[in-house]
Design a protein around this ligand. Structure first.
Ligand code: SF4
Ligand code: SF4
Length: 74
């Protein structure tokens, strides 16, 4: 997990969705005021965060019912 977070940090991706936990409910998508969460429908549905748009507000962490969103901090 630490290495995972480090890789995201290096890529400036601080908020991450853990795909194995995500149940694709899209609550985070509906509640992100920046429109930073994308649903990829090719090759199976996948929910991802566009870090260039994300303001790190933390709303997606709060609304996710299965704690699939994590904030990588050191
Ligand atoms: S932290 Fe805020 S801006 Fe970033 S993806 Fe989550 S809800 Fe959207
Ligand atoms: S709210 Fe959580 S479970 Fe629902 S789509 Fe977003 S990350 Fe996945």
């Amino acid at each position: 997990m630490l290495l995972d977070c480090l890789m995201y940090r290096l890529e400036r991706k601080i908020v991450k969705i853990i795909d194995e936990k995500c149940v694709r409910c899209e609550l985070c998508v509906d509640n992100c005021q920046k429109g930073a969460i994308i649903v990829e429908k090719s090759n199976g549905k996948k929910v991802k965060i566009d870090v260039e748009i994300c303001s790190l507000c933390g709303t997606c962490l709060l609304v996710c019912p299965v704690s699939a969103v994590t904030l990588c901090v050191f």
